[in-house]
Design a protein. Structure first.
Length: 94
């Protein structure tokens, strides 16, 4: 029987916690309109506008102590999973 790698399980759980946090921030930025958004839903199609994006990115930067997220990076955030990828990459220094 193959043993499960505990680091893999931890990173999956960490990602799930991160997605919950990002979802909470998104809901705040969209004034409560993001309660049912899934990690792969297109945020623009679900109603995230430029003002909401600025608020969402600001919350993310402050919560995770990230240096300014660039406009280029912001343009690549189409889903919550994209936002999670960006946060994890920044935290890992890649």
């Amino acid at each position: 029987m193959q043993e499960e790698n505990p680091n893999t399980k931890k990173s999956v759980m960490d990602r799930m916690d991160l997605l919950k946090t990002l979802s909470r921030f998104l809901n705040e930025a969209m004034m409560g309109a993001a309660k049912d958004i899934q990690p792969d839903d297109d945020l623009a199609q679900r109603g995230l506008d430029s003002m909401g994006t600025v608020e969402f990115v600001t919350l993310v930067e402050e919560e995770f102590g990230l240096e300014e997220i660039t406009p280029e990076e912001i343009s690549r955030i189409a889903t919550l999973n994209d936002a999670a990828d960006l946060v994890l990459a920044r935290l890992e220094g890649t």
